[in-house]
Design a protein around this ligand. Sequence first.
Ligand SMILES: Cc1ncc(COP(=O)(O)O)c(C=O)c1O
Ligand SMILES: N[C@@H](CCOP(=O)(O)O)C(=O)O
Length: 513
Amino acid sequence: MSTTKPTYRSTRSNNTNENISFESAIMKGLAKDGGLFIPSYIPTISQEQLDKWSKLSFNDLAYEIMSLYISEDDIPSESLKEIIKRSYSTFRSDEVTPLAKNVEKNIHVLELFHGPTYAFKDVALQFVGNLFEYFLNKHNTANPENVKQLTIVGATSGDTGSAAIYGLRGKENIKVFILYPNGRISKIQEEQMTTIQDKNVQTLSVTGTFDNCQNIVKEIFGDEEFNQKYNLGAVNSINWARILAQITYYFYSYFKISNEQKDAKVKFVVPSGNFGDILAGFFAAKMGMPVEKLVIATNENDILDRFLKSENGEYASSNDVKATLSPAMDILISSNFERLLWFLAYEQLSGNDADKAGSILNDWFKELKTNGKFEAGSSVVKAASTLFDSESVQDLEILQTIGKVYENSENPSKYIIDPHTAVGMKATYNQLEKDGKDAGFQYICLSTAHPAKFADAVNKSLESFKEYSFDKDVLPEELRKLSSLPKKIKLVSRADLELVKKVIDEEIIVMDQ
Ligand SMILES: Cc1ncc(COP(=O)(O)O)c(C=O)c1O
Ligand SMILES: N[C@@H](CCOP(=O)(O)O)C(=O)O
């Protein structure tokens, strides 16, 4: 393994000389060619390091992992340790992401929702907010005559938005604009974002879908004049730091099992939409975490499931996004899948030539933009299937699964899950049925949001249980009070790039007054 830390290149670059530092990749967010930044190599760890890591706290494990990707020139060790400590001091669990073991026999639930906004996005965005602040302060201290500002523009289907706002609010020289699809997120998700009255934060409620919002964000980043004018920053999983920060909880939860069962055969089941969460699992596996499978669990918006089950690796957008009971995953094109495709193209189609892999990706995503689909080829989908499996879950199955877990859970009993976690649990049941109970697999299902964020689906599923009460059993006080707070919403009548840019122009003038 290289002794120098990775540099970063775009998934669509055919020129290794364009590689940049970690700091540059984080502050740019999206590459100029529209690609996503990836490390020039994936650090690998020895069995000895794995054994050492298995005994570490969450924070210490996060440092060991992140420091493999970040040079001391970008962030000195002690500064990185301080950023990590500050980022996770806001979590309600000392373990940050505790593992609920044997919720049902051999099925463990990785609770990722103990951060400020009760969704897994907090694990990365508390860290990303502090990263942005660190890099801005470093620049502005060295250049007091040329103070740099950062304008965050993000798109959300409900959870990234509030996690980004809570990770960035109150930070100096940072303005935040979050686009979300009007009427397509839950009541509490919208309240979490719109009740923030900080002058440097503005939500834009767009008439359209999440994909419309995500496409506008990517086009805004591609507008060089606008980007130069406002120095744009990305909080979506476009930003490599989001993926990096999510690697920790794969190793951390794996060790919770392997420390008790040395040669445990572990399958991770991940409710997936934009593919950022499970992609972190891919990096953990490539680094050396032993894993049997990474199972992609999608709702009825199933581009990922269709790819993995296709003969020739067809990556094809459906015409319309379905509004489901797991709205945060109502996504047609999974933005982060591009990063996985790069590594698959690099290994299967380019003879391990990074520049050739970038050219292949560039061609594929031009075709996707023109025709709405492309074929990666049978060798690529076969290679993907060695590590990944996939399941697609229907709305009715979500409701049935929330009830089934409530009835069957042993540790604790009457365990209540949100609809996205239910997609993961139903996929886990499907895997268990295919594997057979005697196969001896340990299943870690990622719980990506607290059930309080999705009252409609949880109540619809559990209202028949006479002892169940949403207010008593689910809703935390800090979320209960949101409904009574004043809200700051800016409606955007069309999912239109120029209209959104105009609104941002206008709002920045107000923010600067
Ligand atoms: C609650 C929840 N679960 C699962 C997902 C899917 O995660 P990813 O988009 O990283 O695949 C998201 C967001 O997309 C989410 O907000
Ligand atoms: N479900 C996400 C959609 C955006 O995903 P990201 O990982 O790219 O930020 C959300 O909650 O907004």
